[in-house]
Design a protein around this ligand. Structure first.
Ligand SMILES: [Zn+2]
Ligand SMILES: [Zn+2]
Length: 339
């Protein structure tokens, strides 16, 4: 399913096309894809808010099996099950790469953005940027762990939550429903408060099912002030609301590549005494590092995370993304290459 030109998703711009099977370079592997998660970032790429190198095969939550090895590739065997995430390559030499923050490298390449991704049958990737998938997950269950899960894990690390504190989650889609499971496992004495749009009753029910201690609408005042919060939404109102309800010294981590520009003027109204005074801070999270993926996948198996997935055929990619845009996917959407 290839994207040739940015357009609103309602125009169904992804087209099914037959392409030659890609050949791996010396340090690359070719992966026969079985599942690929559907992410909000793809909507940004399709609708032109995030510039992808066109034409492009989108998709950065890829699960498949190693089908061909480049001449110098030695990390995996044929048939191994691997995952590929948003980080496709980085220079490996700059200050950020040396510090293990290759997500901040100036030469960072994104899967399904600068390099072809997973909305297809095959892809190639450097063996260093492929990860073993723990046996307990099905292909579909593993897919959302690679972006929604791993970035949520990074956001949770950056939030600096301490056991016994309260964590606020704004938005409850693919990433948040995994973060709540991680938080509840790693910090058993923490409370988790979940804020959604008022009409998102199904998201609220899922949050309760997964152990949320309080569930409300963005704009509600929770029973106590969260010490930290993570915003998973593409909107501005949750940023303001999170800052309003945060405890003194609290930190908000924004887990979103792009925020919608259209409502910024009306909704991003930060008032210094109400939203920032008393050492409150805002931090963003920029995708993931190799280490995040390598640490999170075994942790997800150990907890174990139970990803809620809604499957679609590859040919239904446009429809799946329309549902995602409308907030109608429960948990995470996943494209299956052969059903
Ligand atoms: Zn993503
Ligand atoms: Zn670098």
């Amino acid at each position: 399913m290839i994207l040739k030109k940015a357009a609103p998703i309602e125009q169904k711009p992804l087209e099914l096309e037959d392409l030659p099977i890609p050949q791996p370079g010396p340090k690359q592997i070719r992966v026969k894809i079985s599942a690929c998660g559907v992410c909000h970032t793809e909507l940004d790429e399709i609708e032109g808010r995030l510039q992808a190198k066109l034409p492009i095969i989108l998709g950065h939550e890829i699960v498949g099996r190693v089908e061909s090895l480049g001449s110098e590739a030695a990390k995996y065997k044929l048939g191994d099950r691997v995952g590929i995430a948003w980080i496709n390559s980085a220079c490996g030499k700059c200050y950020f790469c040396r510090e293990g923050n290759e997500n901040l490298c100036a030469e960072f390449q994104g899967t399904g953005c600068h390099a072809n991704g997973g909305y297809g049958e095959y892809t190639v990737v450097s063996e260093d940027f492929a990860y073993s998938i723990p046996a307990r997950f099905s292909d579909s269950e593993a897919a959302p762990l690679l972006c929604a899960g791993a970035i949520g894990y990074r956001a949770l690390k950056l939030a600096n939550l301490q056991d016994g504190q309260t964590l606020g989650l704004f938005g409850f889609g693919a990433s948040a429903h995994i973060v709540i499971q991680t938080a509840k496992n790693k910090y058993p004495n923490c409370k988790v408060f979940v804020f959604t749009r008022p009409q998102q009753k199904e998201h609220q029910n899922l949050a309760r099912k997964l152990g949320a201690d309080w569930v409300g609408a963005t704009g509600d005042t929770p029973p106590e002030k969260p010490a930290c919060a993570i915003d998973f939404t593409p909107a501005w109102k949750p940023v303001v609301e999170a800052m309003r309800v945060l405890e003194k010294g609290g930190r908000l981590v924004i887990n979103a590549i792009r925020k919608e520009e259209s409502d910024k003027e009306t909704l991003l109204k930060l008032d210094y005494p109400a939203h920032l005074w008393l050492e409150k801070e805002i931090k963003s999270v920029a995708n993931i590092t190799k280490t995040d993926a390598e640490d999170f996948l075994p942790l997800a198996a150990e907890i174990p995370i139970v990803p809620e997935v809604q499957e679609f055929d590859l040919e239904e990619a446009n429809e799946a993304l329309i549902l995602l845009k409308q907030g109608k996917i429960q948990g995470a959407g996943v494209l299956k290459m052969s059903r």
